[in-house]
Design a protein around this ligand. Structure first.
Ligand SMILES: C[S@@+](CC[C@H](N)C(=O)[O-])C[C@H]1O[C@@H](n2cnc3c(N)ncnc32)[C@H](O)[C@@H]1O
Length: 421
């Protein structure tokens, strides 16, 4: 006699997609954004959004979820069963899914040999309920130990506030085109960005198709703001895609040359500029090896980095990066900084920026810039309305996810300004 077959519980495609996102990010160390693009095209947009929400919640609270599951597991289950348990626990404790649905879908998701285990463990987790989360040191559990140690060394006790800021999804921040008015419900931030609540769909906002704004974290908008582009200036935007900073420079009236190595990301930059009706000269090249026809008045170098300042928006980053990635990124940044210094006219200015919280990718570049003959021109707190805490005593920009905590935080960014004598 064959066992009776049950129809799959509703919502299984969403959980399968969430599991695929966890497999891609945690086992293959692929970026979550890339894994989302690789999900089957037939997946309903609502299922895709729900899978993203589930996977992002698991990635944000991975340490806490594993801590709660630990007492019920005598040995490590294989990854597909582990992911089913994490998804089930996240739904039970953090996402408000009714217990029977959370358990049934996680059981259906698990490899058959582990269905009984997943069922038994999640029933126990469901019985304990959200109380299971109480008393856990979530900030610490949900932060990989090497990142905690590095932020503690750099920022002292603020490491806890940084880690806590990573727990909630980030709001939607927009940079307005000149003269545009904010959509209903947007908060206008002191630095000029507009802020809408997390989960707002940018394409649904009036003015999107007309190019009245673009998506850009409030902190990511600061390096171009601090470069203070002027109409008619020749400015290079090195490492430019997807083009948030190119758009800021072009909207200010500068003659922008956007240099980017990655062809696919350049397509996104072109699409963004077309929607915004902005123009830039686009060059596909390795900025560390490229030579311009003539030197520039100003350069914005938004260098590739470990992106540990963007964990609120990209919770996969916390798990994808390794300590050895930091010196590798810093070395690539040093090469780009040296190339940028050669492209600058005498008297020209350069803003170097990274979206990393690691000082090796920020403050540590100051002596290198000096060795290249660049003169550090400190930022003044008055240049940054409403955010004086982001200017360090040395005159660098250093934003952190716990800044503007009551308003929804911001990405961690570093920037420094130099002048070529
Ligand atoms: C932090 S992102 C830039 C974000 C962009 N400035 C913006 O505001 O939208 C870094 C970019 O640098 C590009 N990149 C990395 N190494 C590069 C190189 N050697 N030359 C040119 N582009 C590079 C990456 O492909 C990526 O698009």
């Amino acid at each position: 006699m064959t066992a009776p077959t049950h129809p799959p519980p509703p919502g299984l495609p969403t959980r399968r997609a969430a599991r695929d996102l966890l497999t891609a990010t945690l086992e293959q160390r692929r970026p979550l954004e890339e894994a989302l693009e690789a999900l089957p095209a037939r997946l309903d947009p609502r299922d895709r959004a729900a899978a993203h929400r589930i996977a992002a919640t698991v990635l944000r609270r991975l340490g806490s979820l594993d801590e709660i599951l630990a007492p019920f597991l005598r040995k490590e289950p294989p990854p597909p069963a582990r992911h089913a348990l994490r998804i089930g626990a996240a739904e039970l404790l953090l996402l408000g899914t009714p217990p029977h649905a959370a358990v049934a879908t996680a059981v259906a998701l698990a490899p058959r040999a582990f269905a009984g285990l997943v069922n038994a463990v999640l029933r126990k987790v469901a019985a304990e309920g959200a109380a299971a989360l109480e008393g856990l040191d979530a900030a610490r559990l949900d932060t990989p130990p090497w990142l905690w140690a590095s932020w503690h060394a750099a920022y002292g006790p603020a490491v806890r506030a940084i880690a806590e800021a990573h727990r909630a999804p980030a709001p939607l921040d927009l940079t307005p085109a000149p003269g545009a008015s904010p959509p209903e419900g947007a908060e206008v931030l002191p630095t000029g960005s507009w802020r809408l609540s997390a989960g707002t769909r940018v394409t649904d906002l009036p003015g999107f198709a007309e190019g009245r704004f673009w998506v850009q974290d409030a902190a990511a908008a600061l390096p171009a703001l601090l470069l203070a582009p002027r109409p008619g200036e020749r400015i290079a935007d090195l490492c430019a895609a997807p083009g948030g900073k190119t758009a800021q420079l072009a909207a200010a009236g500068a003659e922008v040359t956007a240099v980017e190595r990655d062809a696919r990301r350049l397509d996104r930059l072109r699409e963004n500029l077309a929607r915004l009706r902005l123009r830039a000269t686009i060059v596909q090249a390795d900025a560390a090896a490229w030579t311009p026809d003539a030197p520039f008045d100003a350069i914005l170098l938004d260098a590739p980095c470990t992106a540990t300042g963007t964990i609120r928006r990209h919770p996969d980053v916390a798990h994808a990066k390794r300590p050895r990635d930091v010196p590798a990124a810093a070395e690539a940044q040093a090469r780009l900084l040296a190339a940028a210094a050669r492209m600058l006219r005498p008297g020209g200015r350069l803003v170097f920026a990274t979206c990393s919280l690691q000082p090796e990718e920020g403050e540590a570049h100051l002596p290198r810039a000096a060795a290249l003959g660049l003169v550090h021109k400190p930022f003044l707190p008055a240049e940054l309305p409403g955010l004086p805490e982001a200017i360090t005593p040395a005159g660098c920009l250093r934003t952190r996810p716990d800044f503007w905590a009551g308003r929804g935080g911001m990405d961690g960014f570093f920037a420094a300004r130099f002048r070529r004598p």
